[in-house]
Structures are given as C-alpha cells and as structure tokens.
Design a binder for this molecule. Sequence first.
Ligand code: G4P
Length: 529
Amino acid sequence: MSLLEEIQRRRTFGIISHPDAGKTTLTEKLLLFGGAIQEAGAVKNNKIKKGATSDFMEIERQRGISVATSVLAFIYKDKKINILDTPGHKDFAEDTFRTLTAVDSVIVVIDVAKGVEPQTEKLVEVCRMRNIPMLVFINKLDREGKDAFDLLDEVEQKLGLRVTPMSFPIGMGYDFKGIYNIWEKKINLFSGDNKTTISEGIEFDDVSNPELDNVIGDEAAETLREELELVYEVYPKFDAQEYLNGTLQPVFFGSALNNFGVKELLDAFIEIAPTPQPKKAEERLVDSKEEKMTGFVFKIHANMDPKHRDRLAFVKIVSGTFKRNAPYLHVRNGKKVKFSSPNAFFAEKKEIVDESYPGDIVGLHDTGNFKIGDTLTEGEKLNFKGIPSFSPEHFRYVNNADPMKAKQLYKGLDQLMDEGVAQLFTLDMNGRRVIGTVGALQYEVIQYRLEHEYGAKCSYENLHVHKACWVEAEDEKSEEFKEFKRVKQRYLAKDKQGQLVFLADSAFTIQMTQSKFPSIKLHFVSEFK
Ligand code: G4P
C-alpha cells in the first residue's frame, strides 16, 4: 500500500466526556464492532474508580494497566482506527489536554439525563479553540432523560456548538422505540432484551409513508413526523466541510450499553471523520503526505515496576513512514537516535512494528531523554507547536526532606516534570521550588514516586496562589516592565522552560496588575504567541 493509501485509511480520534457518561462502554462497543475484543468488560479495568481520590497506589496501578489501553487500534471496514484514551479522572485533565493535541477528531459523549456536565464543557472548549472536528453521541436513551430538543439546545448553548442531528430518538426511557437514522434514512428499532443484537434498520426514505404507523404505532409515527419536520426546519443540513472545519457538529442518539446506535455512529464516523491532518510546527506547516518522517511526543508513561525504570514515550506520526532502526533527529537535543523496538498498539496489547504511518502512535522506550512536546524528524529542525501548559489549580512549595539525597530529588523532580505529572516553578527571589498541579492527588503520586523510583524524600508546604500567569511584556526594556518586576518581585518565578511567570494570589490582583501595567499581558497558558 502506498503512503497516501495508508494515510487515507487512518482515523485517529479521542472520546471525551464527563465521568460516567459512558466513554468506557462506548469505547468497548466500538472495539467489539472492530472484532478487536471478544467480550464486553475488557476495557473496564482501565477505569480509575470513583472515589479513589486518595488511593494513589490504586490509581498508579491502574495507570500502569492503561499503558496497554492508552491507544486502542482496530480495523473496521478496512479503515485503521486509533482511539486515544483520555483519563476520566479530573486530576488528570492535563493529560487529556495533551492527548487532544494528537487526535484528528473527537467524539463527545453526553448522558441523556444529566445533559452537559462541567468536565465536558472544559474539554469541548479546548477542542473548539483548536477547531477539532467533533461528533456528539447522546447516550443512555434507554433511560428517562431530557427532551431531545432541549438537549440539543443545551449542547448549543453550554458548549457553544452548532449542531445537526444525524439521528433522532423515537420515544425515550420506558417508551424508547428506537431511532430514525437521518443519515441513512432508516428506522432502527430498539429491543432492550438482547444486548448484543444489532438491528439492520428498515428503510424509510419518506416518513410520510403510512407503513411507518405499522412499524412504530400511530402515535409515535405522528410525533416522529412532526419532530423531524422541526429538525429539518430548525437545524442546518449536514455539510462535511463545515464539520471538518469545526463549525458544525453532527449529533447521534443511542445507548452504548445496549449496543444501540453505535454501529450507525461508527459507520458515519469512518465516512466523514478526518484522515491524519497537517500540523503546525514553529517553522512551517507539515503535511501528512510528505515523504519524510516527522512526529512528536504527546505523552510519557513511566514504568510502574521499580525493577524496570524505562519509560514509554508516545509519539504521534505526523508525516512520512516511521521505520524501525532508522536514524531520527531528536530536535531538542540535536542527537540522532534509533529505535530497535518501537511498539504499536492494538486493542489490548502492544507489539513491535517495523513501520508506522501518519495518524499512528508508536511507543518508544526511553531512559529519560524525552520530554513532552519533543519533535523527531529525518534531519530537519522542526518544533511542533501546541502542547501548552495551563495554569495549575494547586500550588505547594517542595522541600528536600533528606539532605543526603538532594541530587536524587532534583533529578526525580526534573524527570517527573518532563513526563508532565505536574509543573515546576522556581521563585526568582530565593530559588525555592513550587509544584503546581491540576488535582491534589498528584502531590501524593510525586512523593511516592520520588521515594520509590529515585530514593528521595520530599515534604510540602502550602502556598496560596490563585493562578500562574505567563508574562508577556511589550517591551522588556521599558520602565513599566522594570517597575512591574520590582513591585512583584516576591511573586515572580520561572517555569521549566525559563519563561517568566507571575504567581497571582487572587483574581483581583490579576485585574489590578493588568490595569496598572497595561503594556504587560498575563496569560493563563504557557503558549501564547
Ligand atoms: P465513563 O467511562 O464515561 O466514566 O462511563 P462508563 O462507560 O463506565 O459508564 C458509566 C455507567 O453508565 C456504567 O454503569 C455503565 O454501565 C452505564 N452505561 C453506559 N452506557 C449506558 C447506556 O446506554 N444505558 C444505561 N442504562 N447505562 C449505561 P455502572 O453501574 O457505573 O458500572 P457497571 O457496573 O455497569 O460497570
């Protein structure tokens, strides 16, 4: 197969949702269709249990398991589908944001009863900012839920999306009869008693056909006709280009648990979802069809077994063919590297591969050289953009609790930060180190890993910070900037890249600072240029 054919058959995407909306169940059902797993339940163990917030050992153990399920690949109708798993736990939200830099599209799962929930809002906002094409799957139609039109309104308003229903429910909960598949003009009847049946669908080009009354009953048929009329009147028609541009989001209804509406979703997905997309590097736009290999690291996974300290760096191939044992340039440190055992991922296992193509993810064994965001090329000096850090939510000083192990502590902190576990800031004034995280859980993870992997001990001290703001000065030589640095001296720090950060103690301080120093911009993400 040519490179172009390999590219055209690939679809790399992520599923995002608020915990419990059904992401794991849907993933599993997609894998079942792809024949990649034989029974439901196989992906379940990847899920971080609810309420396990302080049980970090359990979470780390499960993170260990999730290496295998970080990328779930399968073949469906000759398309190679790569699902990039995003952790559901909110303390790992930063991980999810980074994974979203490696997907070409996204499926958003929403619970029909709960509607749009906070985590969905946050994640969709990130996708919207980057114009990532999104499909929406409204799940759990077998349960009583919100009215379909109300839900579509909610999705439009809360998520800021422009939707077009591709299917429409016939009844709901107890009265749920099935869906009308607008995309294929078919009725799919729901039978709740057999969870593995997939109804083939009865074709109904024209819902005014009286036969519809016989199939779903007079009342339901009448309601469906009225509702569909409204759908066609109110919502824009599906337009593939608008979906690809991120300006129109198709919506599907179904029940993942009952295997209902999933095949329709998958069939439409492989037809409309984008193939591996071009990606911006600081230097230029890189097209997936270019012959020369380029790729970037979006995730690093540490081995939880202390006897095997190597890490696995997840690289998304952007262009060309990645070959085993070929020399590649690790652009940041300028070194040529070869990989004798790159891993490819399948449903539940990983294995060594000779070649990978754009859209694929390869797992590279690493002894501590890689950092999130690193670029690999065949020699060109390229740096892929778009893996920003967001302001953490929690901040603590980190102290060395064992003076004999200072070196180990700093090495450990350095490597854990490269993995993206948390962010490290060094205060300008006294060189003290501050760790910023998204969730409180990470502090326990860091302490545990420092001790078990690096033999170092640390303690924490609370620090009251509202937000870390990355500082951009219009003119670094201006009096205003000098004055800003003098007044805010105690709150200034450097991040790991050496960028200047202002650790603001309240929203009010940020506001005041902005009005006092108008030529200085404060950003909540590290990548603002
Ligand atoms: P998540 O990954 O988004 O967190 O959600 P997950 O798939 O684990 O689903 C959360 C719960 O919702 C699970 O129930 C799951 O069985 C249920 N669920 C998923 N899809 C549907 C659906 O279409 N209809 C109904 N009625 N339920 C659905 P649980 O009781 O938390 O877990 P389990 O004991 O079933 O594993």
